[in-house]
Structures are given as structure tokens and as C-alpha cells.
Design a protein around this ligand. Structure first.
Ligand code: AHR
Length: 482
């Protein structure tokens, strides 16, 4: 089968925010303990208590943003428990997940982890059973240069310079009854958001705030109307829980794209109706597939090539929505609904979803370009529309010299001969990386860790045109250099 895509490097959609391919780590199952943190005395090789193999794998993703400490965990977490000498920190019962929290990994460890992997920290405060005052103290601990109590505590524990945490979430999924301290309605959440924002900004007016949004438009209307003057991003989460057949799963990003656009349009209408000047965009700060096998307390699952295609579809979609969804966080990085599976006996497996992130994060331009793809379609019954087999997005480097194309072939049986017509760009050479495996169900396991891998293929460059093959069920990243 054949497909043609046209890319004009002079037609830009917008700027790709550096925080667009963020990660999320939560005190849940073996994400933090066993996954990221093993402690200095562990037999597992570690750097200052951080598990080395995982550290290296996360570094290779070049993540620009990491969200922490939850998730549901955040709504019962008291940050003060997680600072100071580790052997004196209290062991608490974590009501969110019914686990014991030793508090070995707290704010200082999180900031250190972010520094080790080169990411910006994104902290979610406890707006469940915590108070605005407690959240403001956390901002002081992280960001203040004053001689006041919490800033001095940070210095006392060896961190002279402030951490400068810019992005803060006010609560997590406060609309859900499973959430500790959930809100009875959106009016309550809006009021709570205002109180938190007010106190946190009194300590550091330069911070950016994410408030809790959800699928329910009524909720979002109330949040923007009553609290919109106080926050910068509305948080939206998405998990596909349905264990869908292959073609339905890989169509899901199209539906999510539509839903995110609707949320954004709604935000803008409410802002305009109520004269809210503050700009508000979307923080898509939890998303993934969630299979029935992923049950508490571990939430472990082993995903396959089909999930990698879903993931690439989501990343292409997020590129297209760069102007309205600058922030996203994949849920989650290690062991929980994981990209990286790290066992207690020191082994590690990288899932096909991990490989997608690796290809995208290490091949990214700054400007998202419009693409015009002429692809055959199939009908998706669950989203009720025709879906192109081939989905292509593109970014261009700041200096205009490198063009990246991200092409996925949703067709599980046929390959496509892709013809790329370039306008305003004349490539001299290029590379083509892809992930495909033998079947859509192929996985990486401890027994066979490299069954699915990143491979390389040939491309043909003739003048302003590039030709290459897209294997069935494949994700392809093409890097062209001028
Ligand atoms: O990512 C796992 C959980 O899913 C998070 O704790 C919660 O926010 C969501 O419901």
C-alpha cells in the first residue's frame, strides 16, 4: 500500500513545550521503593541510594518534567515527614494505597533524582487532608531565600540554594470518592483551590499552578469560573481501561484529541464570559493504558507493541495540540503501569512503550509543523469515525536544519510505502528508526528482554522527496538533516 505525506517547513502549528513528554512517579507499589530508590546499603548497584540501572534508563529518556509524589498518594502525604535524617523519619500508614510509607524518599531525594536525570520537578501538594498553610510551607522549603523557619530547615539539611520549583499541582482527582479528602462538588474544589493558590503564591508569586479538572464539563466550568483567576493549567487524566481490540486501541488518541480540544474550548468560553484574564491551558498530567491485570497494591502490567502504537499516537496527538496542552505526564515511569520494569533481584526490562519515549524524546525539534497525509482509512466503532492507517506529525529544530517525522502505521497486516514530499527543506541525509516487533502482542520480558527493539532501516532521498517503508504495526522516527 502507498501513502503520501506533504510537509511544508514554513507552516508551523506552534512551539513544542519542553514539558510535553513528562513522566510521573508515585509512592505506589514498587515505583519509588524498589524502582527508583533502593537505599545506599542495597545489594542492587546504586548511586546515593538511587537504583543505577533505572537511573540510566530514565536519563536516556531525557525527560524534561517529572510529577511527584502522586496521584492518590499526594492527598494524604505530609511533606514534613519526608525531610531530615532518614533514620529519624516517621513510618506512616498510607491511606491511599493501604501501604506502609517509610519516608526515605522525600523532597530532597526527589529534587536530587530530577537533577540526576536532568528533569524539572513538578510537585503535587496535599489538598486532600492537608492545608493551604502546609502547602505554603512546602513552597517556602523549596523556593525561599528568607531566613524563615522552613527555608532555614532546607539549609540545615544541606541545601543552601533554593530548589526553584516552578510548577505545583493543587491536589489530585479531588472529584473522586476514592480520593482522601475528596470534594463534595466542584464549588468546594474551586474554593479550596483559591485558598491553596492564595497562600502558596504569598510565599512565591512566581510559581505556576495546576488545578483539578475532569471529564465532567460542569465541574470544569465551575473551576474556571470561580478559581480561574488563580491557576494556569487545568489537570486532565486519561486511562484506557477497556482492554480493547487492537484497531480500537490504536484509534483512541483521535478520540482523546477531540476531548482535549473540547475541554480547552470550554475553558476559553468560560474565561471570556466571566472576564478571566489569566491564560489557562491543559496539563494532561496522567495518561496510559490500564489493563485488568494491573491491580493494587502493585499495579503491574506488561505492555506490548500495540500499546507502543497507542503511545506514539498519543505523542503525535500531543504535538498537534502543542498550543493548548503544553504539559503531559505519562503514568507511570517505573513498575506501576510501567515504562520500565525493575525487579527486586536487580533485573530490568524496557517495554515497547519505553522505546517509543526514547525515540521521541531524543529526536525532537522545537517547532511543530503541519503535515498533510493522504492515507487509507478504517472504521473505528468505539470512536465512531474513520481512522487513517498512517498518522504523521513533524517537528523542526530551532535552527531549521533538522526535520523530524513521526510516522505510525496502524495497519497490522500491510506495510506502506511512504512518500514524503518536502517544501522549504532540502535534506542531504537522514536516518530511519522504527519499532515493530513480529506481532502486535510482542512484549519484552525478563526471559526475552530484546524481543522488541529499536531498529534501523534505509531511506531514499531524491531531491526534495524521501521514500521509505513503514512495516505493519510500526512506529517510525525519521530524522532528516539539511
Ligand atoms: O496512576 C495511578 C493512579 O491513577 C493515580 O494515583 C491516580 O491519580 C489515578 O487514579
Amino acid at each position: 500500500m502507498k501513502c503520501r505525506v506533504t510537509v511544508d517547513t514554513r507552516i508551523t502549528i506552534g512551539i513544542l513545550d519542553r514539558r510535553c513528554y513528562g513522566q510521573f512517579i508515585e509512592h505506589l507499589g514498587e515505583c519509588i521503593y524498589g524502582g527508583i530508590w533502593v537505599g545506599e546499603d542495597s545489594k542492587i548497584p546504586n548511586e546515593k541510594g538511587f537504583r543505577l540501572d533505572v537511573l540510566q534508563a530514565v536519563r536516556e529518556l531525557n525527560p524534561q518534567l517529572i510529577r511527584w509524589p502522586g496521584g492518590n498518594f499526594a492527598s494524604g502525604y505530609h511533606w514534613i515527614d519526608g525531610i531530615g535524617p532518614r533514620d529519624q523519619r516517621p513510618r506512616r500508614y498510607d491511606m491511599a494505597w493501604g501501604a506502609e510509607e517509610p519516608n526515605y524518599f522525600g523532597t530532597d531525594e526527589f529534587i536530587e533524582f530530577c537533577r540526576l536525570v536532568g528533569a524539572e520537578p513538578f510537585i503535587v501538594v496535599n489538598a486532600g487532608n492537608g492545608t493551604p498553610e502546609e502547602a505554603a510551607h512546602w513552597v517556602e522549603y523549596c523556593n525561599s531565600t528568607r531566613e524563615t523557619y522552613y527555608a532555614s530547615l532546607r539549609r540545615k539539611y544541606g541545601h543552601e540554594k533554593p530548589y526553584g520549583v516552578k510548577l505545583w499541582g493543587i491536589g489530585n482527582e479531588l472529584w473522586g470518592e476514592w480520593q482522601i479528602g475528596f470534594c463534595k462538588d466542584s464549588a468546594e474544589c474551586a474554593r479550596r483551590t483559591v485558598e491553596f493558590a492564595n497562600e502558596m503564591r504569598k510565599v512565591d508569586p512566581s510559581i505556576e499552578l495546576v488545578a483539578v479538572g475532569c471529564e465532567d464539563p460542569e465541574w470544569n466550568i465551575e473551576m474556571v469560573k470561580e478559581a480561574g483567576k488563580y491557576f494556569d493549567y487545568l489537570s486532565i487524566h486519561f486511562y484506557d481501561f477497556d482492554n480493547k481490540p487492537y484497531r480500537e486501541l490504536v484509534a483512541v488518541p483521535i478520540d482523546v484529541e477531540r476531548k482535549l480540544k473540547n475541554v480547552y474550548d470550554l475553558i476559553q468560553s468560560v474565561r471570556s464570559k466571566y472576564g478571566i484574564k489569566r491564560e489557562i491551558k491543559i496539563a494532561f498530567d496522567e495518561w496510559n493504558v490500564w489493563y485488568p491485570e494491573a491491580k493494587a497494591p502493585l499495579l503491574s502490567q506488561v505492555t506490548s507493541v500495540k500499546d507502543a502504537i497507542f503511545t506514539a499516537g498519543m505523542l503525535n496527538m500531543l504535538q498537534r495540540l502543542c498550543n493548548i496542552v503544553p504539559i503531559s505526564n505519562f503514568a507511570q515511569t517505573v513498575n506501576v503501569l510501567p515504562l520500565i520494569i525493575a525487579s527486586s533481584d536487580g533485573r530490568m526490562v524496557l517495554t515497547p512503550q519505553y522505546l517509543v519515549f526514547k525515540m521521541y524524546c531524543n529526536n525532537r525539534g522545537t517547532h511543530v509543523l503541519r503535515t498533510f497525509t493522504d492515507s487509507d482509512l478504517y472504521m473505528s466503532n468505539s470512536i465512531g469515525e474513520y481512522v487513517p492507517y498512517v498518522d504523521v506529525s513533524a517537528t523542526l529544530s530551532e535552527d531549521g536544519k533538522t526535520l523530524y517525522l513521526y510516522a505510525l502505521n496502524r495497519n497490522e497486516e500491510d506495510s506502506f510505502e511512504l512518500q514524503i514530499v518536502l517544501k522549504g527543506f532540502n535534506p542531504k541525509n537522514g536516518t530511519h528508526q522504527f519499532i515493530s516487533g513480529e506481532s502486535v502482542d510482542d512484549k519484552n520480558t525478563f526471559e526475552e528482554p530484546d524481543r522488541v527493539k529499536i531498529e534501523e532501516a534505509r531511506i531514499q532521498i531524491i531531491g526534495g522527496e524521501v521514500r521509505l517503508d513503514l512495516k505493519p504495526h510500526s512506529i517510525n522516527v525519521i530524522r532528516l538533516v539539511d
